[in-house]
Design a binder for this molecule. Structure first.
Ligand code: PEP
Length: 251
């Protein structure tokens, strides 16, 4: 039985003081999630990770939005895995479409980051999804298949048990144009089949999230799909009220 997972992606939003306040204000929501066997968390900016980690309920998942695959070195502006672990951060988003679009994050780069995270017993949340042009050209499964195969090549079934995959069609992120539940389930089911081909039965243990304009009003429909285990949520995770709505609507 896969536990439901609700993860907020704050992108480049919230100062450290605002992030701390959110962490304090959501303690009872984390308690509620935990009582209902739901994992709940947020991915703040690097500068707010410590504030959230120190002030949130201890069961709150606190994820970084990126990391470098090398432990240290001449990589100006980057943050390494040991630096995250020093603050108790062991979840990291990898390959978010904004990083793929603006920071040249390729499947191979994602692969190296996931490899480094798995070697450190951390949880990568590997984001995949097609652009609008690819969707319109009917290439969704071809694109997602390449992202899964190249991003996860060579790992063992034991290693990928901890992995979370997030299917986020790029055309639905921050646009208010969410994918229908039929599309979301079709692609998430396809991803599970790819994981089964690549890793065997462990595919049934890997959590697959849908992301893209998820809101309190539509989250329940996504989570009622057999292959969707949770949501990766941007805009609607920023305010306590809508974050609460996302949770209470899937209890
Ligand atoms: C995201 O950033 O991963 C996301 C899905 O954003 P939004 O919910 O705002 O579409």
């Amino acid at each position: 039985m896969r536990r439901k997972l609700l993860l907020g992606n704050w992108k480049m939003n919230k100062t450290s003081a605002e992030a701390k306040q959110f962490a304090l204000d959501t303690k009872e929501l984390v308690e509620l999630a935990s009582k209902n066997n739901i994992d709940i968390g947020v991915a703040p900016t690097y500068l707010s990770l410590a504030a959230v980690k120190e002030n949130a309920d201890k069961r709150m998942i606190v994820a970084a939005q990126n990391c470098h695959f090398k432990e240290s070195g001449a990589f100006t502006g980057e943050i390494s895995i040991p630096m995250l672990l020093e603050f108790g951060i062991d979840w990291v988003l990898i390959g978010h479409s904004e990083r793929r679009a603006y920071d040249n994050e390729t499947n191979l780069k994602c692969h190296d980051k996931i490899q480094a995270l798995l070697a450190n017993n951390m949880v990568p949340v590997y984001c995949v999804g097609e652009t609008l042009a690819e969707f319109d050209a009917g290439r969704t499964k071809e694109v997602v298949s390449r992202q899964i195969k190249e991003g996860l090549e060579g790992f063992s079934a034991e290693q990928v048990k901890r992995l979370v995959v997030a299917y986020e069609p790029v055309w639905s992120i921050g646009t208010g144009k969410n994918a229908s539940t039929e599309i979301a389930q079709d692609v998430c089911g396809f991803i599970r089949e790819l994981l089964r081909e690549q890793f065997g039965a462990v595919a049934d243990e890997i959590r697959i999230l849908y992301g893209g304009s998820v809101k309190p009003e539509n989250i329940k429909a996504y989570l009622s799909c057999p292959d969707i285990d949770g949501g990766l949520v941007g805009g609607a995770s920023l305010k306590r009220e809508s974050y609460e709505g996302l949770l209470t609507n899937i209890l």
